[in-house]
Design a protein around this ligand. Structure first.
Ligand code: CA
Length: 287
């Protein structure tokens, strides 16, 4: 009996590490599955993802104040959250006139870790009230050095942007700002959703395989990819020549908050929660 028992214990000791290894492998497989036919994993379960839930109740480490124009505030508060108690709150933004350049801008910026790479998936929950701005309202952007450069000040960087414009979702590829144009603009046929939480996802594919230029930005609303029936070049003075979307080596800086390029006469609030960026799709499911 004692010999058999000893053997069983030995078998058990062998099986436990084998089982543990299998579980770890299954977990890794689930987290690295980039097949778009299967639901993507969510939140910071995805390897190499950076996530901010704002539950510190104050600006998270590494984020610094960036733009601050016209009236309103950008703060972390407990007035509305998608999850937990706190979110990033662009509060009471107002200023300037619709149709005229210059509007309220309240943003924060974050320097990405070196070696982030040329592909950025992002995800944020966004709540907007009480009205849809007609003016260009940026929500998130990510920037990268021009070809041949490895760093540099923010005003030397190419960038991708997620925004709304004429009350609909919009995405843009920009050369360095200022002036930020000629820019490649894509306007969706989907109205900005008011008075409820929405899940916005984006893909900035600056690698784009063997294509000579970086890919157009792609955006999903509550898991459904947006279409861009309106695509055009914006520049001042106007041009019809599209910009060359320079390829990305590494994204280096990102900006979040709300930045209006024209005026906003209705005081408007936005909340942003569970912001995340990474090299793989993050998704909208429960974290
Ligand atoms: Ca939160």
């Amino acid at each position: 009996m004692s010999g058999r028992l000893s053997l069983e214990v030995t078998e058990l000791r062998i099986r436990i590490p084998v089982l543990s290894s299998m579980l770890v492998l299954a977990f890794v497989a689930a987290c690295t599955d980039s097949d778009e036919d299967t639901p993507p994993p969510t939140g910071c379960a995805v390897p190499e993802t950076l996530c901010w839930d704002f539950e510190e109740g104050t600006l998270p480490t590494g984020w610094t104040a960036y733009r601050d124009e016209f009236s309103g505030q950008l703060l972390v508060d407990d007035s509305r959250a998608h999850k937990g108690k706190y979110a990033l709150h662009a509060k009471g933004l107002v200023g300037g006139k619709e149709g005229s350049q210059g509007g309220p801008k309240k943003t924060i910026r974050f320097d990405l870790p070196s070696g982030f790479g040329p592909v950025m998936w992002g995800r944020a929950y966004v709540y907007t009230t009480p009205a849809r701005p007609v003016s260009h309202a940026g929500l998130f952007n990510a920037r990268y050095p021009r070809p041949g450069k490895t760093g540099g000040a923010i005003d030397t960087l190419d960038w991708y942007e997620v925004a709304t414009y004429q009350q609909k979702y919009m995405s843009i590829w920009h050369p360095p700002e200022p002036p930020g144009f000629p820019e490649w603009v894509q306007v969706s046929d989907t109205p900005l959703v008011l008075d409820e939480w929405t899940c916005l996802e984006w893909l900035f594919d600056g690698d784009n395989g063997t294509h000579p230029e970086a890919a157009d930005p792609r955006v999903w609303l509550n898991g459904v990819e947006l279409a861009w029936p309106e695509q055009f070049v914006f520049s001042d003075p106007p041009t019809t020549v599209p910009p060359v979307k320079e390829k990305v080596s590494h994204f280096t800086v990102m900006e979040a908050g709300v930045f209006l390029y024209q005026g906003l006469s209705v005081p408007t609030d936005w909340w942003i929660d569970e912001l995340a960026v990474g090299k793989q799709r993050i998704g909208c499911g429960p974290d």
